[in-house]
Design a protein around this ligand. Sequence first.
Ligand code: GAR
Length: 216
Amino acid sequence: MKRIVILISGRGSNMEAIVRACAAEGWPAQIAAVISNKPDAAGLNFAAAHGIATAVVDHKAFRQPGMDAQQAREAFDAELQRVIDGFAPDLVVLAGFMRILTPAFTAHYAERMLNIHPSLLPAFTGLHTHARALEMGCKFVGATVHFVTAELDHGAIVAQAVAPVLPGDDEDTLSARVLKLEHRMYPQAVRWFVEGQLRLVDGRVEQLSGASQSFS
Ligand code: GAR
């Protein structure tokens, strides 16, 4: 059984989709813990109600007098890593985890940490992806599941989901349309990982089964 630790910062709907798919589809995996950097993250309640261990590592507690922002970030990541490793994960899943991670942290989980980002990477790294896509007049938007590296929203692409931009769309309608696809794509990508179907070759993902890696 592969052990999965999921990190969230808020609503946790992707985490929920992964928890449900893992149980319903009988993956060779278990969700070992759900961890948040925010004590009030709504997703923690869902996890606890489903008998999953939860933990909070509050990033705000790491800004001590005399520390600069980078030192606080490093202290937070070190504690987060200690808590995660207490659950001995094979895979760490970032599901709406809104923190920039230090190189030491990403190196520790190299090739065993996935993220979902609400854009068609490499376009629109960072925040406000759908608003920026609308501003640019994009005709399609989407989301990407990728392995996490030290560079924000980079790393080998595992799967992508594409949705059209329709007349009258705003940021909310677009993010709702893409989120529905995220809920199908992310569980599938995590399942591929735990079933050993993903292989990194020259910095790119090769999928052993050859199943489609695009969703729309
Ligand atoms: C999702 O849309 C996810 O793609 C995005 O946050 C949302 C989390 O929703 N992630 C990022 O923006 C990461 N840079 P959820 O908490 O309901 O899963």
